[in-house]
Design a binder for this molecule. Structure first.
Ligand code: SF4
Length: 698
């Protein structure tokens, strides 16, 4: 029998494309972009098609696995839940609540069965040692939204389809498909912008996005804070700030402007390598534009001044009068609310990490502290761990140190579909059933979309006997732990019911039944200004000068010339590819076929200066580690910058990743430094990492 279903929210990136899935006799046989989806309009990228690989992957775990030394045995679900619950409770009973930690990978926010059910388990564990991929990613965005607007998810989204001028920093959506700007088919949208207006990309590399932009400004990694401050100053030469729309809803703007706009474009140029004339031209274009939006992503966030940069982006929007304005930058007001009553606005510095005293944010600690919290003896030392859809060995700073500590844990239970570089250290693995067997509503990325959209994804096929959905695993683990720990527990209902309950709170009147009657989803129109009405700061106003940001700004000294910290003479940055999803998907044949993509890229003159040639094996050294990799020339890079993709580092013993283990390439996080942080947030400074490179002996 042939069936075709629409499953919104391909969960492999934030673009949430609508997919049309063809099934024959219950087996998924074909996938294509759903042309009738009002949001993605047929868009699909190679990762969407790789869901076929994911469904049919013989390495995918289907039953709980328990480790005995280097061997694994399949066990039943009830036995697995009971063991995990008892072991986690026993560690806490002996050593305190914080002795059990949790690490949550990025996929947790991509599926309702994780996102909506995991928090109940974390609330039961009541540990301060919660870490996630958010602190190697978007914490600066959330922290600035919390500090200025009162809620971590009141994040303004660039109105890419209606803006006239867009400034994009440290972002490559043509390769990544966008992030904190859910916009399926982003290349089409950006080309339309270039045709009607102007797209300026600031990046150390002429990326795939820069290649289609109106202008590319090559910047030294990690120096954007000086460019943004100089841009604020250059705007003052164009005219006064346009603040009329925010009257009575703004505090501290003048103080923030006076403190931040003290750098001239000429001073900034010395450090950033972006010519002062280009910056003044940019200020003119932004100020003159009827509408303008500024967007900074991974390159701007995962660097030493990520939070200051995101704050400056918001101040620039305010100066231009483009905050919460059509064509500017404005938060989505999603059908299933992520802000307002009953949601978590966030909190900062409620507790700190035990060893280094790093400030926590919104119930988590910076993952840069993860290894040391496992390694350092004393009260509160991490002795047991729960990971959910995460591979911290490849995804967090100084991965080898993390791996060494995972191997020492008293107990480690992983919710994961793979026996990978991290979960090979687990004592127990609980693998969720394929996501296509469950109802799904995208709670997170509808909230970051460039239009107001809503769609219910319905199961494509029933779960096979013996499979458990992710939501069932969280219910089962939570109940078993609560029993062992003597705590109360109530199972959450299945996803369709929970989605219905979430929708019941929406002001747009979209019901579960309405979504079930619209298999391709609903488009409720473009973004509308809502921020001023939804502010959740205690003052009820936009807080332009939060004390901790003003202090961080005051502590920042402008170098008079650009210098590299000896002995490192190069700066390392990351690189995305449309077939890559960091470490998630390298076991998918469709995504790893073709030319290798792992080489270290270096400017041809930097290669020549070192007597190196394309194809040669080199060592790359940072303060904490060394790796080996082929080098290749790329004139897309600024001189002094080298570029390596993240997510590689497979081929490790005792993993079950047959395809990934044939994929060459070292792990970027063999080099990243847990001491390199964005101070206000604790977000890891993965980009702009000082390294040196040299030839390996033949
Ligand atoms: S862009 Fe690709 S990976 Fe992202 S949601 Fe669409 S099909 Fe999936």
């Amino acid at each position: 029998m042939v069936t075709t279903r629409h499953y919104r929210a391909c969960p492999l990136c934030e673009a949430i494309c609508g997919l049309e899935l063809r099934c024959v006799d219950g087996q998924l046989t074909a996938i294509r972009g759903d042309a009738a989806d009002p949001f993605s309009r047929g868009h699909i990228c190679p990762k969407g098609n790789a869901i076929l690989d994911l469904e049919q992957d013989p390495d995918r775990l289907r039953q709980p696995l328990r480790r005995h030394g280097r061997d694994w045995e399949e066990i039943g679900w009830d036995e697995a839940f009971a063991e995990a619950g008892e072991r986690l409770a026993a560690v806490q009973k002996a050593h305190g609540a914080d002795a059990v930690a949790a690490y949550l990978g990025n996929p947790n926010v991509h599926h309702f069965g994780h996102f909506a059910y995991l928090p109940a388990v974390l609330r039961q564990l009541k540990t301060r040692n919660v870490f996630s991929a958010s602190s190697v990613d978007q914490w600066p965005h959330q922290l600035v939204a919390f500090a200025m607007y009162g809620h971590q998810f009141l994040i303004p989204i660039p109105d890419v389809d209606r803006t006239d001028v867009m400034l994009m920093l440290g972002a490559n959506p043509v390769a990544s498909n966008g992030s904190l700007m859910t916009a399926p088919g982003i290349e089409r949208r950006l080309r339309a912008l270039v045709a009607r207006g102007r797209l300026v990309v600031v990046d150390p590399r002429r990326t795939e996005t820069a290649a289609i932009a109106s202008e590319h400004l090559a910047i030294r990694p990690g120096t954007d804070v000086w460019l943004l401050r100089a841009l604020l100053q250059a705007l003052q030469a164009e005219g006064p700030p346009r603040l009329a729309a925010y009257a009575g809803k703004l505090t501290g703007f003048e103080a923030a402007l006076a403190a931040a706009a003290t750098i001239t474009p000429e001073q900034a140029a010395v450090v950033t390598a972006v010519p002062a004339t280009a910056l003044r031209r940019l200020a003119q274009a932004l100020y003159a534009a009827p509408s303008a939006a500024i967007y900074g992503r991974m390159g701007l966030s995962t660097q030493a001044h990520g939070t200051l940069c995101q704050w400056l982006v918001q101040l620039l929007h305010l100066y231009l009068g483009q905050l919460d304005r059509v064509g500017g930058s404005l938060p989505n007001e999603p059908v299933m609310p992520v802000t307002g009553p009953g949601t978590s606005p966030g909190h900062r510095d409620r507790w700190r990490s035990r060893v280094r005293g790093l400030v926590g944010f919104s119930g988590e600690l910076p993952v840069a502290a993860f290894a040391e919290e496992m390694a350092t003896p004393g009260a509160g030392q991490i002795r047991a761990l729960l990971t959910c859809a995460g591979n911290p060995v490849l995804s967090t700073p100084e991965g080898p140190a993390v791996a060494r500590q995972l191997a020492q844990l008293d107990y480690y239970v992983a919710i994961d579909i793979y026996l990978n570089e991290s979960t090979r250290h687990a004592h127990l693995i609980l693998p969720p059933a394929p996501f296509l067997t469950q109802h799904h509503y995208d709670t997170v990325f509808n909230g970051f979309a460039v239009r107001r959209v809503a769609k219910l994804s319905v199961p494509l096929r029933p779960r096979a006997a013996g499979e458990r959905g992710d939501w069932e695993i969280f219910n089962g683990l939570g109940a078993a732990y609560a029993t062992a720990a003597g705590k109360p527990w109530r199972d959450l209902p299945e996803p369709r019911t929970l989605i219905g309950l979430g929708l019941a709170r929406n002001a747009a009147g979209v019901t579960l039944e309405a979504l079930e009657a619209a298999p391709q989803g609903l488009d409720l129109g473009p973004l509308e200004p809502s921020l001023l009405r939804r502010l959740e700061t205690p003052s009820g106003a936009i807080e332009c000068a939060p004390a901790f940001l003003m202090e961080a700004l005051a502590a920042l000294e402008m170098p008079r010339v650009f210098t590299q910290p000896a002995p490192f003479d190069l700066l390392l940055i990351g690189r995305r590819h449309v077939r890559s999803n960091n470490s998630w998907m390298h076991n998918a044949p469709r995504l790893v076929k073709g030319k290798p993509r792992h080489a270290l890229q270096m400017h041809p003159e930097d290669l020549a200066h070192r007597g190196l040639q394309t194809g040669q094996q080199v060592w790359v050294r940072s303060r904490v580690g060394t790796l080996q990799v082929e080098v290749e020339a790329s004139d897309a890079l600024l001189r002094g910058v080298v570029c390596l993709p993240h997510g590689f580092g497979h081929g490790v013993a005792d993993t079950r990743l047959h395809r990934a283990n044939t994929v060459a390439g070292p792990s970027y996080n063999d080099l990243t430094d847990p001491q390199a942080l964005d101070a206000p947030s604790g977000n890891a400074a993965l980009n702009g990492l000082p390294v040196s490179v040299g030839a390996l002996p033949h």
